[in-house]
Design a protein around this ligand. Structure first.
Ligand SMILES: NC(=O)c1ccc[n+]([C@@H]2O[C@H](COP(=O)([O-])OP(=O)(O)OC[C@H]3O[C@@H](n4cnc5c(N)ncnc54)[C@H](O)[C@@H]3O)[C@@H](O)[C@H]2O)c1
Length: 285
């Protein structure tokens, strides 16, 4: 199927970055959110991100303006879905919410459209089962920030067809991304299982008073060549998203994913990382 118009549902940290990448690859994009404030913020942040790319001489000013023009925003999901050849879902990490949304997308989207979820860990099969087209549902797990990170982890649900997988790999290549394929639809796939344990262990090291947040991150940057370090990464990703993920992984794999007190305390205090200006690091933005 030829794809011209992509709907990205959820205009938060991930959705806005994905919308930018897809528009930069030449597709028309409609970015959908329940919150008009989130959409206004997304448009402002995408414009800023494009300005940075122009300033780095990686994109011409006129081309950046064209990219921004390709991105429409809307709070009307059904109309956006009706006109979309492909959907990428990036709403809040809540399985019931995603299943409800996919049932609605299934009713509204053209029959041939492939529906992709950006879930970090939930069962793609379970999300697909909320639709009448489980063969056309797939996981595309992007990384933050989408315009910079090179990988998309592609997750096959039990009933995902070979054709849907091929379309998805082709799209990822057109977005300029590398892919890995998670062949078994298991909680947390490959990458979330690995990074979650790492972030939780870094939080425990902080909680035990063994080192400061700055030194834990510095250790990982200099010893393991990580770009940011685990606690800065956690702030950047959103501590609420991390906590929700840790709960779900604990349910599935047991104690090794149990969230430490410090993480619960920060989330309870509304200190969610970059999106609120404070988390493990006070200067997070
Ligand atoms: N933050 C990360 O680093 C990261 C990385 C990879 C994958 N993910 C996954 O991406 C998804 C989104 O995460 P995020 O960090 O962008 O979250 P976020 O909280 O920044 O944004 C979620 C957005 O979804 C919107 N939303 C909620 N319900 C909606 C609905 N019914 N219809 C339309 N919009 C709705 C919210 O208003 C919000 O703007 C989650 O599944 C998450 O696990 C996140």
């Amino acid at each position: 199927m030829d794809i011209y118009r992509v709907a990205v549902v959820g205009g938060g940290i991930m959705g806005r970055g994905i919308a930018q990448v897809v528009a930069q690859a030449g597709f028309d994009v409609v970015l959908v959110d329940v919150s008009q404030a989130a959409l206004d913020d997304a448009r402002r942040r995408i414009a800023k991100s494009l300005d940075r790319i122009v300033a780095a001489d990686k994109l011409g000013r006129d081309d950046a303006d064209v990219v921004l023009e390709r991105i429409e925003t809307s709070t009307d999901l059904d109309t956006a879905a009706k006109g979309a050849d492909h959907v990428i879902e990036a709403v809040t990490e809540d399985l019931d919410l995603k299943r409800e949304l996919f049932a609605r997308l299934d009713r509204a989207c053209p029959a041939e459209a492939v529906l992709a979820t950006n879930t970090s860990q939930f069962s793609v099969t379970s999300i697909a089962a909320a639709t009448g087209r489980p063969d056309r549902v797939i996981g595309t797990h992007w990384f933050n920030p989408p315009p910079v990170m090179r990988l998309i982890e592609v997750v096959r649900g039990e009933q995902t067809s070979d054709e849907t997988l091929a379309t998805t790999l082709d799209l990822a290549a057109r977005y300029g991304k590398e892919t890995i394929v998670c062949q078994k639809d298991t909680q947390g796939f490959v990458t979330s299982r690995l990074i979650m344990l790492f972030l939780l262990e870094a939080t425990r090291i902080l909680e035990e008073g063994i080192a400061t947040a700055e030194d834990i991150d510095k250790a990982c940057r200099l010893a393991f060549n990580h770009a940011m370090g685990p606690l800065r990464t956690a702030d950047f990703s959103g501590l609420d998203t991390l906590l929700r993920g840790a709960h779900a992984m604990t349910e599935h794999y047991g104690e090794r994913f149990r969230p430490p007190q410090t993480l619960r305390r920060l989330v309870n205090a509304g200190e969610l990382g970059s999106k609120t200006g404070g988390g493990f690091h006070r200067d997070s933005e």
